[in-house]
Ligand binder design. Structure first.
Ligand code: SF4
Ligand code: MG
Length: 340
């Protein structure tokens, strides 16, 4: 099968008074149709910036400086980097074919309109995704909204669509947000730490809901999290990011059973009980995440790596196949360095 989305050597920089921050520094990965891809890493590793770049939502002083983002539409493959961020085609894709469930649930809705009204507007805006031949009527869009509320497990949907986002509990707001993201029948859903703001029980429900919706609609999902435990429940394939680069990627089972990269191993050690009830974040990775202005030369992980060798601080390891199913960028496994 052909990838739905293919990110190639993406670089995003922020030019600040204090200096240049290379937030994404040569990231590549693919998303297949209907696949759940997990993207994992500590905060500041470039996960969210990568996703904003896909949606062409990088604002100044940030800029995509290099790379390609190929997205497969009905009409063919387009490079999103080449599209004007505010142009018509990008607006069709953003919110229409690629939808974002943001980290901050409050930010998804305006406080002055009911949640249902906002979803109705989104459906009317991308009406052709539901009905290619003609424009949907407002009452048809309202019926779809009620159906979406039901799909995401909101009881009494006929009444609930008339509430405001600030009247909903955290869990319901999360569900309404997912309904909003589904309102355009996206091919690709980007979920950016969608469960950080809610309690553990609701978290489990939202994850189950997303799995269910993925199976039902065959929507591809990029699931961004700092929590490998969540990846284990959600994704089939995982990309591990550190300081704007991919450290390792592969099928979730293989990565969990035989991690190749020292950073992935450290992340895995920080989950004491993967399937247990308690999950405490243990700071087992020694050393702090470097300040963004002081990117280490060579392998970005070398100041914290227990296996560091001499060449690690001079050359940047390439992302290369290691074993049968994984890719890793680490000199423990190969000698290939990237041109700096
Ligand atoms: Fe550690 Fe060197 Fe591998 Fe980087 S390249 S992860 S520093 S062993
Ligand atoms: Mg983030």
């Amino acid at each position: 099968a052909q990838p739905l989305l293919s990110v190639r050597d993406l670089r995003v920089s922020f030019v600040l008074d204090e200096g240049l921050v290379r937030a994404v520094d040569g990231t590549s990965f693919d998303v297949m149709p209907g696949q759940v891809l997990g993207v994992v890493g500590e905060s500041g590793c470039g996960k969210s910036v990568t996703m904003r770049a896909i949606l062409q939502l990088i604002d100044r002083p940030g800029r995509i400086t290099k790379g390609e983002i190929h997205f497969r539409r009905d009409s063919g493959v387009v490079d999103l980097v080449q599209l004007s961020p505010r142009g018509g085609e990008m607006r069709d894709i953003r919110g229409g074919e690629i939808a974002l469930i943001p980290q901050e649930p409050m930010a998804a809705f305006s406080p002055v309109h009911t949640v249902g009204d906002q979803i109705v507007e989104a459906i009317l805006l991308h009406s052709h995704r539901w009905q290619p031949d003609r424009k949907l009527s407002r009452s048809e869009a309202r019926d779809i909204t009620v159906g979406l509320f039901r799909d995401v497990g909101i009881s009494m949907p006929e009444q609930r669509i008339y509430t405001y986002s600030w009247q909903l509990s955290g869990g319901l707001r999360q569900r309404a947000m997912i309904a909003m993201a589904l309102s355009c029948k996206p091919r690709l859903l980007i979920a950016d730490e969608p469960t950080t703001a809610i309690d553990v029980t609701t978290q489990a429900q939202v994850l189950a809901l997303l799995r269910d919706l993925q199976a039902r609609y065959n929507t591809a999902i990029i699931f961004i999290t700092h929590d490998l435990g969540v990846i284990a429940q959600m994704a089939s394939y995982v990309v591990v990011m550190y300081l704007g680069r991919v450290m390792e990627e592969g099928p979730v089972d293989d990565i969990f059973h035989a991690p190749k990269h020292p950073y992935t191993r450290a992340l895995l050690r920080s989950i004491p009980s993967l399937y247990g009830q308690t999950r405490v974040a243990l700071p087992v990775i020694s050393g702090a995440l470097p300040h963004p202005f002081n990117r280490p030369p060579g392998c970005p992980f070398h100041p914290r790596c227990p296996d560091v060798m001499e060449r690690c601080s001079v050359a940047v390891p390439r992302l290369m196949p290691v074993g049968t199913s994984q890719l890793a960028s680490c000199f423990l496994h190969h000698e290939e360095a990237e041109q700096a």
